[in-house]
Design a protein around this ligand. Structure first.
Ligand code: AMP
Length: 475
């Protein structure tokens, strides 16, 4: 099967990726009242562009390639029509045989899996459909019990799903709809062989939906192999960031970056802006160190990276969501897919090695129509990375001086940290050159669902996740 006859149904303007569509309402999709009720309870009034464009095609049974950044509302774009399509199978019977897996969503990380599952549980809460999530890094027993009980919508990371298939706990023979969410990331993380094994177990007579922030040649190849004449929906220019994100670069010497963060947060306080921010680092070690250093500077900070257990990550994320932590320092893989509504500010403590990761990072802010600030602290050694990012985004990013700060911090700043043409720094900063870990390594341990990399531990029960792990929705 190929997608040579891919139909480009929409290649919308850059500025409408997150602005809800004014002409279509959720009622226009003809969704079951039980689903509509759940949507209204979420407070959604009108669909976002990706929802407006995707939902009718998914309902009509088409395969679909969705180019959508995080924060555009893409989860509801596939979850809502999936619920509608499998609602006819909903059964109040307790018999597991009446609850086979009808829809399978594969995601690269457990964080994203949990979020998709929370969405699925929320949107299907008034129906008899069951949603559950399985991912690596936690004990299998609880997941086995859920799968044995029966579940119609399963969200899974590939490695752990294969484990369950291997032990005959998960059976994909009745799957009707397959979703590959953040497919680009799954390929980056080396999941292609796992995906191939899984897809081979799903009936050919299925509907396949693929979502990806970017359509790289590898993604197109994946689509050619597994999608049938897909409709392509793009809600933003490929490789562009949402226009609701205000991007600024501060040129700062590598030794001054931590102080620069303090100054940025001080300035936000003075301007009456929220200090809540997510700060990206490239290495786990750097992530942990930075969080500790910020704590010493009086900033309530927490770290989320691949060496943290699932339980620790959940606690940190909850503390961040509740406001107990104002700066969440994170590595890429750990932060992937985190759904933090109205995230006001993203700070890149260093630029990612892969320019596409920059777009994912800043996609944490300016989501679903809200505005956000994306600040990158760039030192002389990162000029090449900045060039790559600007090339990918097809525009120059604004370089601005750091905001004025507490004099005790300014005193130690480098003489001319603001100029892009400042003399190159010494390239011997241990923070930048030693702690980096190969991305493959961090990838593997961040999704411990890959065979051979299992970690043990139970997710401490956050109510919604607990309900999901139980395989049933809260009424
Ligand atoms: P997603 O891109 O799926 O991660 O969604 C990003 C955020 O947008 C989430 O917090 C959703 O709850 C929110 N969202 C999704 N659809 C809508 C909508 N139609 N109106 C307002 N917010 C939405």
């Amino acid at each position: 099967m190929t997608n040579t006859d891919t139909e480009i149904i929409s290649s919308s303007r850059d500025d409408d990726s997150v602005t809800p569509s004014a002409t279509i309402t959720f009622a226009d999709f003809g969704l079951d009242p039980l689903i509509q009720k759940a949507v209204s309870e979420q407070g959604y009034t009108i669909p976002t562009p990706i929802q407006a464009q995707s939902i009718p095609h998914v309902l009509a049974g088409s395969d679909l390639m969705g180019a959508a950044q995080t924060g555009t509302g893409k989860t509801a774009a596939f979850v809502l029509p999936i619920i509608q399509k499998i609602l006819r199978h909903a059964s109040s019977s307790a018999s597991p045989a009446r609850h086979p897996i009808r829809a399978l969503v594969l995601t690269p990380t457990r964080e994203l899996a949990v979020q998709v599952a929370e969405n699925a549980a929320n949107y299907s809460r008034h129906t008899d459909l069951r949603a559950a999530v399985v991912y690596g890094g936690v004990d299998m027993k609880e997941q086995v019990a859920i799968l044995r009980n029966g579940v119609e919508i399963l969200i899974a990371t590939p490695g752990r799903l294969l484990d369950h298939i291997g032990s005959k706990v998960a059976n994909l023979s009745q799957v009707e709809i397959l979703v590959l969410d953040e497919a680009d990331r799954m390929l980056d993380m080396g999941f292609l062989p796992d995906l191939q094994r899984i897809i081979d177990l799903i009936p050919a007579q299925r509907q396949t939906l693929l979502f990806s922030a970017t359509f790289s040649p590898e993604i197109k190849k994946l689509a050619q192999s597994y999608l049938r004449t897909p409709v392509t929906v793009e809600v933003a220019r490929q490789n562009a960031a949402a226009d609701t994100v205000k991007q600024v670069i501060h040129m700062v010497s590598s030794g001054d970056k931590q102080r620069a963060i303090v100054r940025v947060l001080e300035a936000r306080t003075r301007q009456g802006l929220s200090r809540q921010c997510i700060i990206f680092t490239n290495s786990r070690l750097g992530c942990a160190r930075l969080a500790r250093a910020l704590e010493r500077d009086g900033i309530k900070a927490g770290a989320i990276h691949g060496d943290k257990s699932q339980g620790e990550r959940t606690l940190t994320l909850d503390a961040f969501k509740s406001g107990a932590i104002e700066a969440l320092v994170a590595t890429d893989v750990a932060a992937r897919g985190l759904d933090i509504p109205d995230m006001p500010c993203v700070i890149n403590h260093e630029l990612p090695f892969n320019a596409e990761d920059f777009i994912h990072r800043i996609g944490r802010t300016g989501r679903a129509g809200s505005t956000g600030d994306a600040i990158a602290l760039v030192d002389a050694s990162e000029k090449r990375l900045l060039d790559d990012i600007e090339k990918l985004m097809k525009r120059k990013l604004d370089v601005k001086p750091l905001p004025e700060g507490n004099p005790s911090y300014s005193r130690t700043s480098s003489p001319n940290p603001f100029s892009r043409t400042s003399a190159p720094e010494k390239m011997s900063d241990p923070f930048f050159y030693k702690p980096y870990e190969p991305s493959a390594a961090s990838t593997v341990s961040d999704d411990a669902s890959k065979p051979g990399e299992k970690k043990v531990g139970i997710v401490p029960a956050k109510p919604a996740v607990g309900a999901l792990l139980g395989g049933f929705k809260k009424k």
